[in-house]
Ligand binder design. Structure first.
Ligand SMILES: Nc1nc2c(ncn2[C@@H]2O[C@H](COP(=O)(O)OP(=O)(O)O)[C@@H](O)[C@H]2O)c(=O)[nH]1
Ligand SMILES: [Mg+2]
Ligand SMILES: [Zn+2]
Length: 312
């Protein structure tokens, strides 16, 4: 039998089968996944095969089907062992707000770059448009222009008034969708308007800080009535400390990727080299200055262990 893992405690797994039944499963024997040293072999989003005897209530997972991506967390940047947070994510939505709390462009870029490294499609959702004034909408337009030019979809929504929620539902339909973003941006409120039956707590201060830095958490996947799943809780922290080789960072900026082949040197870092097509694109406005600045900051490792990890 086949199914998808919707909940994991590390040793027990809730598997949703093709008929919509939920079965508690254990692993048959020990699993090892080639090339990954991990504390847990299976995570939410994993597609598995399992056996269950007719008179039994507990299933045995016999096989993990190939993943098209997965996100991990490491206890430290240099740690060799990682913890798999979720697998087979079709879309990562970054929830941001122009105000309450104020948007952080650096964090947006770091998130998008990480999603690129994981080969996960991502998009930006601007929530709380019900409280924006003229100045906020001006800012919003600037952000939309920057990220659309870079190749990302953006959405304007309000969990409070329900504006554009139907559009958002359409976007996430039939997908495994991850909701991420800083505390207070309205992730729980949005998930509740998308799927009212879930009744997630809204307005709660993140309990993350109380749990401490290296606590292992197992996110849950919520099935949507309209088809698809939402993975709740992964803050940017759960997105993992991806180790970038410096020379690959530029490739994680789609708009830089589009120009870098025209640089004079094929090992161009786009920082100090002559005849750099990326720098030329920044100078003539084809690449946003803020995106290029984020590139430099990530290149110089400026984000690590700073505000980034203060996200949920
Ligand atoms: N005005 C307004 N407030 C919102 C909206 N969405 C969420 N909030 C409020 O923002 C606060 C944080 O929401 P919550 O969903 O807990 O954020 P989370 O930390 O990202 O899960 C709560 O007080 C919500 O009522 C919105 O669209 N408009
Ligand atoms: Mg929340
Ligand atoms: Zn260059």
């Amino acid at each position: 039998m086949k199914g998808v893992v919707i909940k994991s405690t590390g040793s027990w797994f809730t598997v949703l089968d093709e008929n919509g039944r939920q079965i508690n499963c254990k692993l048959k024997g020990r699993f090892r996944i080639k090339g990954i040293k991990t504390t847990n072999p299976i995570a939410v989003g994993d597609k598995v095969e399992f056996d269950i005897a007719e008179d039994e209530k507990i299933g045995l997972i016999t096989k993990i089907l190939p993943r098209h991506n997965h996100i991990i967390r490491k206890s430290t940047k240099l740690s060799k062992v990682s913890h798999i947070i979720a697998a087979n994510i079709d879309l990562a939505l970054l929830i941001v707000t122009i105000k309450e709390p104020e948007i952080s462009p650096g964090l947006i870029d770091r998130f998008l770059v990480t999603a690129e490294a994981y080969h996960i499609t991502s998009a930006i959702v601007f929530n709380k448009i019900d409280i924006y004034g003229d100045v906020d909408f001006d800012k919003l337009q600037k952000y939309e222009a920057i990220y659309r030019a870079a190749g990302y979809q953006t959405f304007r929504v309000s969990a409070l008034t329900g504006e554009n929620i139907d559009m958002l539902k359409e976007v996430i339909r039939d997908k495994i969708c991850l909701f991420s973003g800083a505390s207070g941006t309205g992730k729980s409120a949005l998930i509740n308007v998308i799927e009212p039956g879930l009744k997630l707590k809204v307005g709660d201060i993140s309990t993350y800080h109380l749990k401490g830095r290296h606590t292992t958490t197992f996110p849950e996947m919520h099935k949507l009535t309209g088809g698809g799943f939402i993975i709740d809780t992964p803050g940017i922290r759960e997105f993992g400390l991806v180790e970038f080789r410096k020379e690959e960072i530029a490739e994680r900026f789609p708009e830089m990727r589009a120009f870098m082949h025209d640089c004079q040197f094929n090992n161009c870092t786009h920082i100090h080299e002559p005849r750099c097509a990326v720098k030329a694109a920044v100078e003539n406005g084809k690449i946003a200055a803020s995106r290029y600045e984020s590139y430099l900051r990530i290149y110089n490792d400026d984000y690590l262990d700073k505000e980034l990890w203060e996200w949920e």
